[in-house]
Design a binder for this molecule. Structure first.
Ligand SMILES: [Mg+2]
Length: 398
């Protein structure tokens, strides 16, 4: 038998609203919602617990929310601020495991089965993460700990807000047996009322039906229901997402003074990019090449061209073009490709642009560069959202 996995589901409590209250203490204790204007068909993205008491919830029209609670304070979302907090939170996660599956800005699955921290105690890791997020970001995050993703997600919600709940392997059976079917992902109002008509209220009730019967009543969902009702969920924590771009960038410890020096750096970056692309072999097709330049005064520019492969001369051309826009010393140079997946079905989950950032002295040898790359973390690049990528925006709004 395989050893039991240790999965933590971390989820901040009313994330956007918490950030706003954090930054505006006079909002403390008042009903607030983050979202669009009630006068312009806006919707609520998140609201705090004070607002929830009025029956307000996310995705509700702001106008309806205001009607339910005339004192509701509606704040426009400040995505840049939320991304900054999200990056800090993910930094905390990464201290404990590399196996992280982000679900949204404030929510992720962590597989800590092999983590050496706290003698491998997932509960203590979760508590440490919660304490560090409180300390560093000054908002609360709830955590659920269980042997799989399905149960970890339910567990993180169990003692919300600012709560933690553990489903140990020996308690899985009893926990799931009593679990109301409404708690199962995929069981919405329609399915729940159908189940109710069939006399099914808990997972224990579901277990009385075999897979054939479940498939008869619930179609293709039947098989999954059969597993869930027994607490079985073998889905791995997936760190792989649909990539929209792959790039490498480097911030130089001393600025590159001129175009010649920039051009000289390109081959090193290209080597790194080639390595990254190698890992994705056969799964993506290149559609564009691009160069990113940040000048010493932090003014940034990106130049791109349509291309189906990485052509060295193209990068030189893009670099010259980008440099001429500022004609001043460069602190950061990046190059990459925009890609699309060859087979979208193989991916489940979020889309992202992945940028690897390397920091090193410009005097390092190639060998050193390689070493540095291996230590790098792939990060969801906030800048790509600012570039107006529709899918990426969807990710935020989700
Ligand atoms: Mg949340």
């Amino acid at each position: 038998m395989q050893p039991s996995r240790k999965i933590i589901h971390c989820d901040c409590d009313c994330f956007y609203a918490s950030i706003e209250v954090r930054d505006n203490p006079h909002l403390l204790g008042k009903p607030i919602a983050v979202g669009g204007s009630p006068n312009h068909r806006g919707v609520v993205a998140t609201c705090n617990y004070e607002a929830r008491e009025f029956g307000i919830h996310s995705a509700m029209a702001s106008a309806t929310a205001r009607k339910r609670c005339p004192d509701l304070i509606i704040i426009r979302p400040d995505m840049e601020k939320y991304h900054e907090a999200s990056a800090q939170i993910h930094e905390v996660f990464r201290r404990y495991t590399k196996l992280i599956e982000p679900l949204s800005l404030d929510e992720a699955y962590l597989d800590v089965s092999d983590s050496k921290h706290f003698e491998g105690s997932a509960t203590r890791i979760a508590e440490a993460i919660r304490a560090e997020v409180k300390e560093n970001v000054n908002i609360t995050i709830s955590a659920g700990i269980a042997p799989n993703k399905f149960l970890a997600k339910i567990a993180s919600d169990w003692n919300k807000p600012d709560g933690v709940f553990v489903v140990t392997p020996d308690r899985v059976d009893a926990f799931v047996e009593a679990l109301p079917v409404k708690k199962l992902h995929g069981v919405g109002n329609v399915t729940a009322s159908k189940m109710k008509r069939l006399g099914i209220n808990t997972c224990g009730d579901l277990r009385k039906l075999d897979e054939t019967q479940l498939t008869k009543y619930f179609g293709s969902f039947g098989k999954r229901l059969n597993n869930l009702s027994r607490g079985i969920d073998n889905r791995p924590v997936k760190t792989d997402r649909i990539r929209k771009s792959v790039s490498i960038e480097n911030t130089y410890s001393s600025d590159l003074p001129n175009l010649k020096r920039c051009l000289e750096e390109l081959p090193y970056l290209e080597i790194q990019l080639a390595k990254r692309l190698n890992k994705l072999k056969g799964r993506y097709k290149i559609r564009k090449q691009f160069i990113k330049i940040k000048f010493h005064d932090f003014v940034q520019t990106t130049v791109e061209m349509v291309s189906s492969q990485t052509v060295t001369d193209n990068y030189s051309e893009l670099c010259s073009k980008g440099f001429s826009r500022g004609n001043k010393p460069v602190r950061l140079l990046g190059l990459g490709v925009k890609v699309f997946p060859l087979n979208e079905e193989q991916f489940v989950g979020n889309t992202s642009n992945v940028t690897e950032t390397i920091s090193r002295s410009s005097a390092h040898s190639i060998e050193n560069r390689d070493e540095l790359t291996d230590q790098n973390q792939a990060t969801i690049s906030k800048k790509n959202i600012d570039n107006g990528d529709a899918d990426q925006l969807k990710l935020i709004l989700d």
